[in-house]
Design a protein around this ligand. Structure first.
Ligand SMILES: *Cc1c(COP(=O)(O)O)cnc(C)c1O
Length: 446
């Protein structure tokens, strides 16, 4: 992880002028020149069939969730979050940024997803459940027609105790993999950097996961974690940097959102486009959801990712076309941000190769803004989220100020905007109060 030479950087900058702004840590909106119509999309063999199969897996596990996690009884064992229209917040953003937003603004509240409190419930749970199911079927303990309440039995837990799962994580992914794996009976090891939040480490230990801390760079934690996990013949490593299971778990959100839009009588067609703004770390969650939404709504949905100015990993990967072969550190960017889950220096190879054709663009955001938005969202809507989760709220203004709408000849009068709120459900009260206070102070300054 060394800084590129001045010459290499100059070559990149002259080829891709936006990189200069990015390296100076200025917020930018980059429009993806490789955006491909859904009809011509050819980056993967995955199709709608795979998304429906993934959804069926979630359905098979519903009895398990109802029994093992009583908090999911109200939703009948389905892990899903509400879609909320945030009129007051929209007005406040318009006021603060002196910029009118046309169309309606909604918040997709993944901060309320049960058990994990973040978007990682989608990908992380899915991958663990998928693995557990395949092990049980292979061992002759299960068929897909069985009642999956059997996963709560002592016999199943004893079976899974012989197997181990490992994951490298700075936070939310570790929580979702750790909680679900431990519940099923797996031995689970979470490899974290030592600067990961104390409450996350404590919570994981409380739930029965082993937490390993690493003083050095986070990539070292992942490397060691992978090595130690696969050294065990019955070990399975969840690879955030290239997992198609995580990706599919995220993609099913699109089917659920389609139903929610219908319930709210929100039309999506060429006259009523849907704009979705997704906070982005390695790119798996936003990539999987974008893939799903494009399968469902075709070219009438426009998906934008958002990254912290200090961690524009997917942006740099896509702008240069180098994907996971370059890191933000190569370009002299420090990857230091308060946005847990978005502090990522290098993008997922698997997700990037798909997003390359499907994402409309990426904008970057300063940490100060995240805290301000967190504060405003709490005041206007009484919705409490973590800093990362607010990043999508600037989307409507950032895109409106770019040339995307004119270039694509989009009439934005009837737009539905959805900012994806990605986490915060498990943040302890005191921690959250500190975030809120930081937001207040920053709002007073500006
Ligand atoms: C993980 C995470 C994201 C982004 O997901 P990636 O798959 O890393 O891109 C966004 N917000 C929060 C709160 C997260 O934990």
């Amino acid at each position: 992880m060394t800084l590129f030479s001045k010459k290499i950087i100059e070559t990149y900058q002259s080829k891709y002028p936006v990189l200069k702004e990015v390296m100076e840590l200025h917020p930018v909106t980059w429009i993806n020149p490789k955006l491909t119509s859904v009809n011509a999309f050819n980056a993967t063999d995955l199709t709608m069939v795979n998304i429906h199969e993934a959804e069926k897996l979630w359905n098979r596990f519903e009895p398990f969730f109802r029994k093992e996690f009583p908090e999911t009884k109200a939703t009948n064992g389905i892990i899903e979050s509400p879609l909320k229209k945030i009129v007051a917040m929209k007005a406040r953003i318009e006021d603060k940024l002196s910029s009118e937003i046309s169309g309606n603004l909604y918040l997709k509240c993944d901060n309320e997803l049960s058990i994990a409190g973040s978007i990682k419930a989608r990908g992380g749970f899915y991958e663990v459940l998928h693995y557990a199911e395949s092990l049980a079927i292979k061992a002759g303990l299960l068929t897909k027609d069985d009642n999956y309440e059997v996963f709560t039995s002592k016999a199943f837990k004893r079976f899974f105790q012989q197997h181990s799962i490992g994951v490298g994580s700075t936070g939310n992914l570790g929580l979702s993999i750790g909680i679900m794996s431990a519940k099923l009976g797996f031995k689970v090891n979470v490899y974290m950097s030592s600067d990961a939040k104390h409450w996350k480490k404590n919570l994981l230990r409380e739930k029965g996961a082993n937490v390993h801390e690493f003083a050095g760079d986070f990539s070292e934690a992942i490397a060691v974690g992978r090595k130690q996990t696969i050294a065990d013949p019955k070990g399975y490593f969840v690879d955030d940097e290239s997992s198609n299971h995580l990706f599919l778990g995220y993609s099913t959100a699109a089917l659920r959102l389609k139903e929610q839009l219908k319930e709210n009588e929100i039309q999506v067609d060429s006259e009523h486009p849907l704009f979705v703004y997704l906070p982005c770390g390695v790119g798996g969650a936003p990539g999987g959801i974008t893939f799903g939404l494009k399968q469902v709504f075709g070219d009438n949905v426009h998906c934008f990712f958002v990254e912290p100015v200090h961690s524009p990993a997917v942006l740099i990967g896509l702008v240069t076309g180098e994907m996971e072969r370059v890191s933000v550190q190569d370009f002299g960017i420090d990857n230091k941000t308060a946005a847990d889950g978005l502090a990522v220096g290098r993008p997922s190879s698997f997700a990037s190769s798909i997003s390359e054709q499907l994402v409309s663009g990426i904008y970057t955001i300063e940490d100060e803004r995240l805290f301000q938005l967190l504060n405003l969202l709490a005041d206007t809507e009484k919705i409490l989220v973590e800093p990362s989760a607010t990043a999508g709220l600037l989307g409507p203004v950032m895109v409106q100020q770019s040339n995307y709408l004119t270039d694509k000849v989009i009439n934005n009068e009837n737009v539905t905007h959805i900012a994806w709120s990605t986490g915060g459900g498990l943040v302890p009260e005191q921690e959250w109060a500190d975030y809120y206070k930081q937001g207040s102070l920053l709002l007073m300054e500006k």
